[in-house]
Design a protein around this ligand. Structure first.
Ligand SMILES: Cc1ncc(COP(=O)(O)O)c(C=O)c1O
Length: 384
């Protein structure tokens, strides 16, 4: 640990800091109310009350019933539970449809199914990162058990037309799961408005702790547990509840529910301020993603003639992500950006800048100036 000043944090799609009210609400459950929620004595009853209150808060944000909310260890587990749980429960249908721009927490359970006898279709996206609805519709049939689609892509921020998908999917008697890890907390997410049967959320993307999340399961949706143990979470997710983190997730959800319009407006104004700073100073700078169907906090930016990694290395004032993955020293372009039709070089020019509720206008001012300066230096070095 170091006390050195930290860079300006523009990586809120990777994770977010805890809200002060989230920390305040959690502390008693790490201390006095440490009980096991399954115990019948007062220690257990306090912990149980905390978990059930949080379930109501999560349900309040998503517009569902509390008994339709199942706590998990995060977005990854929620996606696995949805995908593995539904396909196992409706085993007579052996077909799953997903997209080419999913987070590994969806793509890898789908590959697992493929390796175990399911047929999986991976539907492509257009240049704005929106799924090709016609293509998706053409893949559905009487064999389809589940369609699983990311609501907002973590790299580009593009939102998918989940409502339209729901109508298509249900016409074929299949179930629809949306991975809403990135959208909850940034845009309105209501399970009835979206028409989903299952929906995943991840605490640490909305100012709650890491290692906690939830799966919404519409009443009547067939689903099996994929880990076996005691009867927690009505048998669907065995394991003693992570009480303090669940309490934190509940408070974060309530905070979003009461302040969403202000949150969204704040994120939008910062994102637009940053984009303005970049476009006025960098000729040829481009944005990946959709113009309007887009998270308010995410800028996936192509900086002309420089590698995203080189640009961020030259910008120690800013903490952000690139559109690449590094394997054994070799940089490879993001599969999401390639799926949108970008060339490998264009994808490698990409930097993901994601603002958050705690970001200030002054930070954006400084971050914008630092990125512009670094771009000038790095692109000149490349030109020389
Ligand atoms: C879209 C999406 N889904 C799922 C996850 C996984 O969530 P968790 O980190 O809570 O397992 C993430 C996290 O990066 C994500 O961005």
């Amino acid at each position: 640990m170091t006390d050195e000043p930290l860079p300006i944090y523009l990586d809120h799609n990777a994770t977010t800091p805890l809200l002060p009210e989230v920390v305040d609400a959690m502390l008693p459950y790490l201390q006095r109310h440490f009980g096991n929620p399954s115990s019948s004595h007062p220690y257990g009853r306090e912990a149980r009350a905390g978990v059930e209150h949080a379930r109501e808060q999560v349900a309040g944000l998503l517009g569902c019933q509390p008994h339709e909310v199942f706590f998990t260890s995060g977005g990854t587990e929620a996606n696995n539970l949805a995908i593995r749980g539904v396909t196992e429960a409706v085993a007579r249908r052996r077909h799953v449809v997903t997209t080419t721009i999913e987070h590994p927490a969806t793509a890898n359970p789908c590959r697992y199914l493929e390796a175990h006898g399911w047929r999986v279709d991976y539907v492509g996206v257009d240049a704005s990162c929106r799924v090709r609805l016609d293509e998706l519709g053409s893949r559905l049939g009487g064999e389809t058990a589940l369609v699983t689609v990311i609501h907002a892509n973590n790299e580009t921020g593009t939102l998918q037309p989940i409502e339209e998908l729901a109508a298509l999917v249900h016409r074929h008697g299949a179930y629809l799961h949306a991975d809403a890890a990135q959208s909850v907390g940034k845009v309105a997410v209501n399970v009835d408005a979206l028409g989903v049967d299952l929906l995943s959320i991840a605490g640490h993307k909305l100012n709650a702790p890491k290692g906690v999340g939830a799966l919404y399961v519409r009443r009547g949706t067939p689903i099996q547990p994929f880990t076996r143990g005691a009867g927690h979470e009505r048998g669907l997710r065995p394991g003693t509840e992570n009480v303090a983190s669940i309490v934190g997730l509940g408070v974060a959800c309530e905070s979003v529910a009461t302040k969403l319009a202000a949150r969204t407006a704040h994120l939008l104004s910062l994102r637009d301020q940053l984009w303005h700073l970049l476009t006025t100073a960098i000729p040829g700078v481009k944005r990946n993603g959709h113009d309007t169907e887009q998270l308010p906090n995410t800028l996936s930016v192509r900086f002309p003639r420089v590698r995203g990694t080189a640009l961020l290395d030259a910008t120690p004032e800013v903490a952000a992500s690139t559109g690449s993955a590094c394997h054994e020293g070799h940089e490879s372009a993001s599969s999401v950006l390639l799926a949108m039709g970008l060339g490998a070089e264009e994808a490698l020019e990409t930097v993901r800048l994601s603002v958050g509720t705690v970001t200030t206008r002054e930070e954006i001012e400084r971050a914008g100036a630092a990125l512009v300066n670094a771009w000038r230096v790095v692109s000149r070095a490349g030109d020389a």
